[in-house]
Design a protein around this ligand. Structure first.
Ligand SMILES: Cc1cc2nc3c(=O)[nH]c(=O)nc-3n(C[C@H](O)[C@H](O)[C@H](O)COP(=O)(O)OP(=O)(O)OC[C@H]3O[C@@H](n4cnc5c(N)ncnc54)[C@H](O)[C@@H]3O)c2cc1C
Length: 452
């Protein structure tokens, strides 16, 4: 990116909204993915859609790379800026523009923090369902760009299922407003496109009534596959849990080392389940769930409300707690058919043993998502190299099981090298034509997601 671009952009947005100091830019070279660093040329702190339009237009005119940035919680390195790029930071666009309790809808800016919006909705008796564990820092714009999910995804859907309208800026079309029912294809292409097709400047969301009642269960199993087989059975039995999370022994150990949460350290696998709905419905489902878990040999505990909150807090903190085992990690998030969860888990643990890498596996098991985290010490280059090569084998294990490369974190720079293994040449060519239709000069987040 050259000085001419910056001068032109500054003439519209003002220098006070641009950061060009190389020392301060270092902080914008990272997202939450370990082992990836970018080297941006400038950051624009966008406050309005017009600022985003100006930035995208100038970047396209100069053929310079640009990248949207929300909470920078990506675990796929999708928010790591390309070298010399313009970062379009949307965190100052954080207004809830409208909130209609009667219609259960809202229009929000892209920089609204997910947890802030979920709490706001709850105070009005409504549920905004997408609940990524990063909700305290992630933004609604970033959630749309990655189609974020969370523990509630199995019952209530992921971000895609909550979006009923978008405002978006693309190099080809400028600012456009899209509505469900009229522009479904464009909306569905943009959701999950990791900022490579357009920059989200507004999101219209569908909310639901808050469930009236809930119950939490924790079930400890002797090993991971037994816990994952129980997940299949629970769903086959017709139980519809709001949350059904799996934690393996390494994950439990890392959590307990970080704080005495009270998880059963001797368990090989743990299921945390939450049921919600009308009180009588929850009571009946809890009885049914207890029976299924007992018949599967689980050590079972009902969890009172206070302990449940602590454990969901612990669940949200797993990523940080893994540092108790090794200082660094590579996070995978394959998603496989539920029936393949147990065998895929066993296969990954076998590969890890062979590679001499410790792998912690947890995930929103009901929807087939597993997060194998490959742990390593950056001070031990041989171990780091083994973890990096194991990443590829884990991706293949997921694909062999009939799954996909990403259940929720997206492809980004981490899984881009494997995209060619998922799609045939004709599909990739069709996808490339879609990218060209939105961003013919290829300025939006190059080097992420799309293979060459
Ligand atoms: C501890 C932890 C737990 C996590 N748990 C979950 C989980 O449960 N479920 C889940 O799905 N993910 C999870 N993630 C991953 C991450 O939080 C999600 O991908 C989240 O949606 C990213 O939002 P963000 O605002 O941080 O986006 P960023 O990290 O800033 O950006 C992510 C991508 O979105 C693009 N982007 C950002 N804003 C915009 C915009 N306005 N318009 C267009 N593109 C944009 C960026 O260019 C980038 O490609 C977790 C991450 C961490 C660190």
């Amino acid at each position: 990116m050259n000085q001419g671009l910056l001068d032109e952009l500054a003439s519209t947005v003002g220098w006070q909204r641009l950061l060009v100091d190389p020392d301060r830019l270092i902080a914008y070279g990272y997202d939450a993915t370990m082992g990836y660093r970018g080297d941006p040329r400038a950051v624009l702190f966008a406050e309005t859609e017009a600022h985003v339009v100006a930035a995208v237009q100038v970047a396209a005119a100069f053929g310079a790379p640009c990248i949207a940035r929300g909470g920078a919680t990506s675990l796929a390195a999708s928010a790591v800026p390309p070298s010399g790029s313009l970062v379009i930071d949307t965190n100052r666009m954080r207004k809830i523009r409208s909130f209609e309790v009667d219609r259960r809808t809202a229009w929000v800016d892209p920089g609204v923090v997910t947890a802030t919006f979920r709490s706001y909705a709850a105070r009005h008796g409504l549920l905004y369902a997408p609940d990524p564990s990063s909700e305290a820092a992630a933004t609604i714009g970033g959630n749309v760009a990655t189609n974020a999910g969370g523990p509630l995804g199995f019952k209530y859907g992921v971000t895609r299922d909550a979006v009923i309208g978008l405002r978006v800026v693309t190099p080809q079309h400028g600012a456009v407003v899209l509505e469900r029912g009229r522009d479904d294809i464009a909306i569905d292409l943009l959701i999950g496109s990791e900022g490579t097709l357009g920059i989200v400047t507004g999101v219209r969301l569908q909310l639901r009534p808050l469930p009236l009642s809930r119950a939490v269960r924790a079930a400890a199993f002797s090993d991971g596959p037994s816990a994952l087989n129980a997940v299949v059975k629970i769903i086959e039995e017709g139980i519809n849990p709001a949350k059904l999370e799996f934690l393996d022994d390494v994950t439990i150990e890392s959590l307990e080392r970080s704080r005495a949460w009270g998880f059963p350290r001797e368990a090989g696998g743990l299921l945390l389940a939450e049921l919600d709905g009308e009180e009588s419905e929850v009571r009946a489902s809890a009885r049914h769930l207890d029976a299924v878990l007992r018949s599967d040999g689980a050590g079972l505990e009902g969890v009172d409300a206070a302990r449940a909150e602590r454990w969901w807090d612990a669940r949200r903190g797993i990523t940080a707690s893994l540092a108790q085992i090794r200082p660094a990690k590579i996070g995978e998030d394959i998603c496989v058919p539920r029936g393949q969860l147990a065998s895929t888990f066993a296969e990954i643990k076998r590969l890890a043993l062979e590679a001499e890498v410790i792998v912690a596996i947890f995930g929103h098991a009901a929807d087939g998502t597993l997060h194998p985290n490959l742990l390593y010490d950056p001070g031990n280059p041989a171990e780091q190299a083994r973890a990096i090569s194991l990443l590829s084998a884990v991706a293949d294990a997921g694909l062999r099981a009939g799954g996909v490369l990403s259940g929720e974190h997206g492809l980004g720079r981490v899984k881009r090298p494997f995209v060619g293994r998922s799609y045939d040449a004709a599909t990739l060519a069709a996808m490339r034509r879609i990218k060209d239709a939105f961003d013919p000069a290829g300025v939006l987040n190059p080097g992420s997601m799309w293979p060459d």
